[in-house]
Design a protein around this ligand. Sequence first.
Ligand SMILES: [Zn+2]
Length: 447
Amino acid sequence: MKHGEKIAYPVLLIKEHLESLLLQPDLKLHISYDIACILKRHLESSKQESLLEKFSLALPAFHTYAHRPSCQIALGAKYCNQNGMTDGEQCERLWSYLRCFSSITKEMSAANRKDLLTDALYYYGTKKIEKMPMLLCKRLAKAQKQAAESEEHLKKLLDSLPILVSFDDVSCWVEEQRKGVFPETESLPDDAIAWQRQYVHKILYNRQLRQSLMMDNATEETVVKNVSLLRSSEKDLKEFEKLYNIKRRWDLSAEGVKELVCEVIDTERIELVRSLRIMAFERSFLLSLKRKYADGQKLAKSLSSSINKKVLSIEKLLQPFNKKVLYLNSFIPGMREKVIEKRMAFDMDSEMYTQLEIVNVDPRIPICLKVKAVNLYLTWERSLEEITLLDRDAENVIAFILHERQMLQSAIGNLAGTSSYIIGSRSLLYEELSRLTFFCSEDHFLV
Ligand SMILES: [Zn+2]
């Protein structure tokens, strides 16, 4: 590597891995990467979607919280199918083991360092293989316990709900959660009066700028900024009027135009509520995560700061819209547009969101309970997957041991003669064979 962590390196590694997997088509590649979202975006933007389809991507469990809720839901280990209970942090464990060698190898020559690290990694690998049966049994017991517990807790939670909800419904909620973060946006119909709406929008913007210049409390800086904005808005309006042959600027309070203003505001409101819903969902998602940690804990602090940022973004979105609505109500007679209250914007169960019909929301189930049910459902689903994966792993380990044993037995059989060298070699092979026999004995598996 000549440069720092570049996105081209993981892409190259993935391509090499995929090539090596060509001989084993039934194996599926699952990759967990600290910046999986960036890698995914890179592959999408560089037209390598076909590569992306060949493997699954996930964020490692301990790195997830550093990402936005949308990343956590799209790529979080818990949300990825066929991921089992893998946390994707195996490499970190290897780094932590190798860290012990940093002070020893610091003063070594490059060749010696390589030798020592090779020995260390060989030892690490051997120990891993030796511990494999015991590890598989422990993980199986853990997965079975987790599957049973999460199933029981989920059943209890669903029983406590005011309406009948099945596990299948909760699985739909998982999809709903994904949609909540990535709603399918419908584009507005491009009808004949689209330009008129656009024109009204432009006039409104222009008038608001004029009004802001008349404010007494405006600072010098904002006045300068607004004057320049007003100049470009004026130029833009004139060009627009020339294009559509408008002789006289429309009066927004005139009959006919007033209805258009209402339409513009309503369209804007729908768009805004859609964006707000995503943010409100992300906020409630972060809040549900934060509840797991005690106040003052590092993760709780970082989650708190993310929640505060989300709150600020919601307020930032709300402010200009509400300002516009109040302004319109003040100068157009009979205009009674409603502002969006902050309280409503934060509440995922508020009417304005449920009316959106992005998802089939049942108002009788609060969103916090839904998030909890989804969490339990995903834990249950991943635990079941883990059990299946462990079964397959156990089969592979047994096949590996049997193969090794067969190789040793045939090697012993091939060593004929009575020279001390051959007797020595046979004794070493017998030692290895007895180690393997113990390795796959029932006692060892049950440790
Ligand atoms: Zn991310």
